[in-house]
Design a protein around this ligand. Sequence first.
Ligand code: GUN
Ligand code: ZN
Length: 435
Amino acid sequence: MTQSAYRAKLLTFTGDPAQSPDAAVFHEDGVVIVEDGRVTASGDWSALRASVADGATVHDLRDKLIVPGFIDTHIHYPQTDMIASPAPGLLPWLETYTFPTERGFADEGVAGDTARFFVDELLACGTTTALVYCTVHKQSADALFTASAAKNMRMIAGKVLMDRHCPEFLRDTPQSGYDDSAELISRWHSNGRQMYALTPRFAPTSTEAQLEACEALAKAHGDIFIQSHVAENLDEVKWVKELFPRQRSYLDVYDRYGLLRRRAVYGHCIWLDDEDRQRMAQTGTVAAHCPTSNLFLGSGLFDFDKAQASQMPVTLATDVGGGTSFSMLQTMNEAHKVARMGGHHLTATRMFWLATAGAAAALDLADKIGTLAPQSEADFVVLDPKATPLLARRTARAESLEELLFALALLGDDRAVFETYAAGARVHSRDEAKR
Ligand code: GUN
Ligand code: ZN
């Protein structure tokens, strides 16, 4: 049982900083003590130095800031190599780039190679947990889980279900999609730190029979995740209205098949109405706000005021390859600007909460990840406020925690991630990766 101690500035959370100003807990000279992959204590160095065991390694990171590992609640690993592909909006982008790229994942070699690169890229950005879309091929999910298990990351992923309105080469059937998903659930859900997400791509690419199969799987496995897209783009919303004329709204299609519940996470949620938002709040269904993607594809602006008024759970996500960065810091940068466009001031402190403890709570994983509390799995990021000459000049003038975090969010990216730890093991070192 070896103990390690990390002495640094610390930021962790006991709740939503928008609800209570004391919810962000900051230690100027703090320490995180880790044993067997879990945090055993965290707090002021002066109070805890006596708890550091004789013989423990003490890492001196006093010029750095430790925060809980970032949680990206919506990302497509097969789209890694097609990030930054231009198209006039979502539907042409899917047809022109996405579907042809995803075809390649029938090949285990392509899937394995991309999954390993993807996981390393997440870690280089300080992301220790993600909700990941694979492709329709079940081997694409095996490849992702294998790569994430090799780093002992807490990862949530699923095989895409898609039985219509996509090329023949990417189609499953209600039965094959059900069987493959059931097999993957039994192989990967709660296998070490891996967890399964049932993944109907979005309502237009699933028949009613496939959505019924999803309903059955969701009922049979109450603790798996569900992920899909909703109300991202106006052309898509119109299309769903034509395909499901009996449903009140796009979100209502998922409701009809029992797919709104705790641990269900929907990407985008731009074109929802108040009744939809209320339904999300009532059912504990989570919105994954993807600002870099929504700006890139011109999908629309997420409404923070309405989301907050409805009390629906909100999280932040990259949505790579629609999203233009793997970095949750860059995602915060764009989230702040999108909120500003709606007249809402989203503080950096709250964005750090949304990307850590807030996401963990929304995903029903608060007892495992998202904070530096004792017993938490030791997933954390060591941020470097002096990562670039500009960051160094700006953070030297920061007069509050909010100003420090704001500079990191607006100016930071993978360069600001000094090290990343998953379950207490160092899984990324910026300076070693550079060599
Ligand atoms: N809607 C359906 N599939 C996708 C996808 O791959 N990316 C995005 N952004 N939206 C989608
Ligand atoms: Zn997406």
